[in-house]
Design a protein around this ligand. Structure first.
Ligand SMILES: O=C(O)CCC(=O)C(=O)O
Length: 250
């Protein structure tokens, strides 16, 4: 493990989410944006809709989210996922060595950016014990007005919440309103380069972006080394995803 850095871990343990200002620089942001564009241009013909890319418009011209970027190499985002201060931050919160589980980008466009219904990430990751986290890095000013992620404080401590299959692009499993846990809803206001970090069991989601401003987030997801994937649950999730994509396209 790398040297731990100071962080209000007590608060993270209580709420399941914490903000780390200025995690990456302006230069990093510019590079990331350019590299996400390059990635899309180089791979767009082969990307699987529903699994690797989701569009905000029916003409499929405006990207809403990119997933499974960890399966590609040679981009700046691979380098960033290994950067010392970022891995140390993950390790301090995980209290374990950090292993990258996925790289994603929710690059919600202005006016037509899609919502992400409430969910727990571990409904998708299926890791046991549920020791994982997402570092959500702002590439724009992000707040309630442009659909920043909202987190239910303390919800990572209540166990698995029932998820329902959903046709929402990028969110194949959601928590219906009637099953939402109680707790204060926290929507951080981030400047470009700041990060919001949430526990894999934290219930979170985001509203549509109806503002005229972009709301782009770059996500690095890590799990503790001492966790393993529950293959039965993961296979079930993947099969459900296939069925939902078929339904969505029919
Ligand atoms: O960025 C968003 O709007 C959604 C992010 C999300 O669902 C996640 O971090 O798991």
């Amino acid at each position: 493990m790398n040297n731990p850095i100071y962080l209000d871990k007590k608060n993270y343990n209580k709420t399941g989410v914490i903000v780390k200002p200025a995690l990456i620089s302006d230069n990093d942001i510019e590079k990331l944006i350019n590299e996400l564009d390059r990635f899309y241009e180089e791979n767009k013909e082969f990307l699987e809709e529903g699994k690797e890319v989701n569009y905000a418009d029916s003409e499929k011209t405006v990207i809403n989210s990119l997933h499974r970027l960890e399966n590609y190499t040679g981009y700046f985002f691979n380098e960033l996922s290994k950067r010392d201060n970022i891995v140390s931050l993950a390790e301090e919160l995980l209290e374990d060595d950090a292993e990258l589980i996925s790289i994603q980008a929710f690059v919600k466009p202005g006016s037509i950016g899609l919502p992400a219904p409430f969910h727990q990430d571990n409904a998708y990751w299926c890791i046991e014990p549920a020791n994982g986290l997402t570092i959500w890095i702002a590439l724009d000013y992000c707040n309630e007005s442009n659909g920043m992620v909202k987190y239910i404080s303390g919800s990572h401590n209540i166990g698995v919440v029932e998820h329902t299959p959903s046709l929402a692009p990028g969110s194949s499993q959601i928590i219906e309103d009637k099953n939402l846990p109680e707790g204060d809803i926290f929507t951080p206001s981030l400047s470009p380069g700041d990060a919001a970090i949430h526990h894999t069991m934290n219930v979170h989601g985001s509203n549509p972006n109806k503002s005229g401003k972009k709301r782009r987030g770059f996500l690095l997801c890590y799990k503790g080394k001492n966790t393993s994937r529950n293959q039965d649950l993961f296979t079930r999730y993947q099969k459900n995803l296939e069925k939902l994509i078929e339904l969505r396209n029919s």
